[in-house]
Design a protein around this ligand. Structure first.
Ligand code: UDP
Length: 244
């Protein structure tokens, strides 16, 4: 199964009505896969950060996560359904929970208490889930090396990394070779939601592609980061008008 690719402001986004089917096929066939859930902020960062841009070029699935990406694709006449990283992450864990020992997982990132609560949340919901490595996102360099050794030894099939953009993408790119048959996915603040520390936007916000607005209401400190969103939209519109 191949995915088509489109460029938004020079950065890649894969198009598919069925990212999930594509991903399960990769998991079943044991093909090393880096999943990026793309939003406007990441596009803007990648345009300033060649190392991140290179990682995006080499990732296997760039799913349209942000509302801005979906809208920018619309400017190009493309109707791509939004795929939130947190939903993709939850589906992967549910599948891993069904498969048990055949699909061990590793979880890395979040504040220490957040990680523990997120792990407890999933263990409670999915008794079959086998977590073979876990670490919060604030461990020392030597603890990171231990985590890498553990992941290499345990060979989980799914590795979820929640360190924020671009840290998680860089970490995955640096380490993905140690589990050549695994799905590696960066999932941002998902542990915060699964732990109950932060609330996911209500369905109506999700449906209207306004999850970012709800998030801004919950975390007003994000406003500075979110200033890139109108800038992104203007550039995307300009790109459209110039016919690129
Ligand atoms: N985080 C982490 N280690 C760090 C910095 C951040 O584990 O050194 C975690 C943070 O606790 C949060 C997540 O990374 O759970 C980033 O969430 P955010 O919503 O900012 O994700 P982004 O929007 O950057 O993907």
């Amino acid at each position: 199964m191949t995915l088509s690719k489109h460029q938004i402001l020079g950065q890649p986004v894969n198009l598919s009505p069925d990212y999930w089917g594509w991903l399960v096929d990769r998991l079943d066939r044991g093909i090393n896969t880096h999943v990026v859930t793309m939003n406007a902020e990441m596009v803007m960062q990648a345009n300033q950060n060649p190392a991140l841009a290179k990682i995006l070029q080499q990732a296997d699935l760039i799913a349209a996560d942000g509302a801005g990406i979906v809208l920018a694709l619309k400017f190009h006449g493309i109707n791509q359904q939004r795929c939130a990283g947190i939903d993709l992450g939850a589906k992967l864990l549910e599948l891993a929970g069904e498969r048990g020992a055949a699909c061990p997982v590793a979880l890395y990132g979040g504040r220490p208490e957040v990680l523990l609560k997120a792990v407890a949340f999933w263990r409670n919901r999915l008794p079959g889930l086998l977590i073979v490595a876990q670490a919060d996102g604030y461990i020392s360099e030597s603890a990171q090396q231990e985590l890498i050794a553990q992941i290499q030894q345990q060979q989980p099939k799914v590795i979820m990394v929640a360190l924020g953009i671009p840290r998680q993408e860089v970490w995955i790119a640096q380490n993905r070779h140690i589990c050549p048959q695994a799905i590696w996915i960066g999932i941002g603040g998902s542990f915060d939601v699964w732990s109950g520390t932060k609330k996911r936007a209500p369905k109506i916000f999700q449906k209207l592609n306004l999850e970012w607005l709800y998030r801004l209401g919950q975390e007003p400190s994000r406003w500075r980061r979110m200033l890139v969103l109108p800038q992104f939209m203007l550039l995307a519109l300009k790109e459209r008008l110039h016919g690129r």
